[in-house]
Design a protein around this ligand. Structure first.
Ligand code: SAM
Length: 351
């Protein structure tokens, strides 16, 4: 069911210059996208492909009013529907993003005392994961990149991460040498990811090309854009119910379940993706779940990653616009020893 939802967004006074710059970039990207339905100075309507998001930029007074409502909500355990600024209503499907000194955090007041969700790629635990995985050891990198050809020597494999979420796998794929464009259709998640990527730009911790986040929405928006070449590979990791994991993962999952729920359009999406990708589509599935399958679309192979599986499908986009220029194909992954010598760890991405 499509919902009309509200995202309230507030920038605290005197945030540092880099945060303010990120805010400006996000607003610019948001309104430059194909998903923009309407806008006024403090209010945008974004049609993300599933839900429609009304994005309200709150001034200090409106934010103070909203805070009062949030407190009332916590006490009453049900959501009062009194108005903010006379027009805006708070409902259980809504979310609040606050920009403070450390960047954007996502607050879902209905979730009681749960700490706001803040994304920071420079965090040690996150960087360790990138280092531990190396360039090719992560199963997701192997599923997406192994055996895929680059068009010209020195070019990178073009990957669309169709379901960016909190951006971890986009980062892993970029670190593994792909040129990644990431897509996210739920506005609150899109905003905190956009901010985290903005802040990671130029960091000495990431000496590789960071994923580029497309404006809010799904790959269909890119499909109509002449400026973007079709991807070699589309990576697809939709929400499925009940993924277990560590406390941190569970917190993120609870927020995701509340905001996103289950992605129910997976088969429809698979069809679009297979016809759009030039070489491959990779779908992440729970260990026990059967592969996604349509009458004329079957997986070609899979990578078993322990707690989950990566199912691969052959892309069918003939890419006719550039096909004649395909003078030479070379595999980036000829050096199999890179990972055949290494023992496989159990894939620890429980999310
Ligand atoms: C399971 S999470 C992805 C997690 C991600 N792989 C990571 O590493 O953080 C799924 C996300 O994809 C988004 N999503 C699902 N289907 C989508 C689609 N067709 N287009 C854009 N975003 C989508 C959901 O809103 C959700 O945020």
């Amino acid at each position: 069911m499509r919902l009309q939802r509200h995202l309230y967004w507030h920038v605290l006074p005197n945030v540092p210059e880099d945060v303010q710059l990120s805010v400006d970039q996000i607003r610019h990207k948001m309104v430059a996208g194909d998903s923009l339905i309407s806008m006024s100075a403090r209010h945008y309507t974004i049609g993300s492909g599933v839900d429609t998001w009304e994005v309200y930029l709150l001034d200090d007074a409106a934010y103070a009013q909203l805070q009062k409502q949030i407190e009332a909500t916590k006490k009453a355990a049900s959501i009062p529907s009194n108005d903010i600024e006379g027009a805006l209503r708070w409902s259980e499907h809504d979310a609040l993003v606050v920009f403070a000194d450390d960047g954007a955090s996502l607050v879902i007041p209905q979730m009681g005392n749960m700490k706001p969700l803040h994304l920071d790629f420079t965090q040690v635990s996150y960087r360790q994961r990138l280092l531990r995985g190396g360039r090719v050891k992560e199963p997701v990198a192997r599923a997406v990149l192994h055996g895929v050809k680059v068009r010209y020597p020195l070019e990178q494999v073009r990957v669309f991460d169709a379901t960016a979420g909190l951006g971890r796998e986009s980062m892993i794929l970029a670190h593994a040498g792909a040129q990644v464009v990431s897509f996210e259709r739920q506005m609150p998640i899109w905003v905190i990811l956009a901010d985290a990527l903005n802040r990671a730009q130029g960091s000495r911790f990431f000496p590789f090309k960071l994923p580029k986040l497309f404006s809010p929405g799904d790959i269909r928006f890119a499909q109509v854009k002449d400026a973007i070449d079709p991807p070699d590979v589309i990576y697809y990791d939709p929400m499925f119910p009940e993924r277990g994991g560590s406390a941190q993962v569970k917190k993120e999952m609870a927020i995701f379940q509340r905001l996103v729920g289950e992605d129910s359009d997976t088969l429809e999406f698979l069809k679009i993706a297979v016809n759009y990708a030039v070489q491959r589509v990779v779908v992440k599935r729970p260990k026990e779940a059967p592969p996604l399958q349509l009458e004329d679309i079957e997986r070609s192979h899979f990578i078993d990653a322990g707690v989950c599986r990566f199912d691969c499908y052959v892309g069918r986009n003939p890419d006719t616009a550039v096909g004649s220029q395909r003078v030479r194909w070379e595999s980036e992954w000829d050096d199999e020893e890179d990972y055949e010598d290494e023992e496989d760890d159990e894939y620890d991405d429980e999310y």
